[in-house]
Design a protein around this ligand. Sequence first.
Ligand code: DOR
Ligand code: ZN
Length: 345
Amino acid sequence: MTAQTITITQPDDWHVHLRDGDMLNQVAEYTARQFGRAIIMPNLAPPVTTTALASAYRDRILAATSDYPDFQPLMTAYLTDSIAPEELVKGHEQGVFTAAKLYPANATTNSSFGVSDMKGIYPVLEAMQEIGMPLLVHGEVVDSEIDIFDREAVFIETIMAPLLKDMPELKVVFEHITTKDAADFVASQGDNIAATITAHHLQINRNDMLVGGIKPHLYCLPVAKRELHRLALRKAATSGSKKFFLGTDTAPHAIGAKESACGCAGIFSAPHAIEVYTQVFEEDGALDQLEKFASLNGPAFYDLPVNQKQISLVKESQQVPATIGEGDLTISPYQAGEILAWRLV
Ligand code: DOR
Ligand code: ZN
């Protein structure tokens, strides 16, 4: 009997951290070998705040992925309290900035230059609304009195809903949603609001991270929530709704930075991302919805053509390596050592 195979339009990854320098060179091909395009997050140190910085970063990514000449990195601007609307509009017009990323100040890795006052960047958001440039949102409040497991839900109430009321035409991607609250909120909004969902948030809940010993490699932000939220995310992803699409939030950190008294947030899921999503959709009897989530809904939201190529996955087990990379840059990939059901051909 030959193994089951599925063939779909080549997917895109709508949320990727590639880092820079040696780490970029080590990780970028894992994304480029699967995906046609990737939205590149701008949280470098210093952050990608200008057209010139984004354009130079794009060249470094293209150099790091030269074995995959069709791979297209789509660049984003890092919003700060002082970024000028003209810089964003210029970058968008020149085809450098596909979108802009909103990090609430100090919400996560390299976000200290993020936005501390939403009203202060309203001129920027109004300009984006005007030209149809998507706003990509890390949707967590940062107030110290708000419990970390509630930060996404409180963000919806206190920031996202008022923002959308003030800017009803703004295109917004609620990135890496982790709660039923966010899935329901996005589903209830107009076509200008969508969300990405990571592979790991479809598979793990907070028990996976905390029960039986703390698993630093499953720690990310937004942090995994309780089981009812994971189930709501799976329902949203596999529903066929055009509002939900693939964004891995793959975020490499060297092992030493994760296995630490103060470990970094981030899960490096790039190496086997499409295989993990495929497994999730198969488990939920929704393989027929995988192509929409992985390859069609994202381009439709971003007003881009779908990829011309196709990819195939075969139902053959494979083991995820224990580590990836070398020396100081060795990374523990998502599901290190585990057996996956599918393999990208
Ligand atoms: O877990 C995360 N890692 N969440 C983020 O928002 C940032 C990312 C990173 O850059 O490491
Ligand atoms: Zn991210």
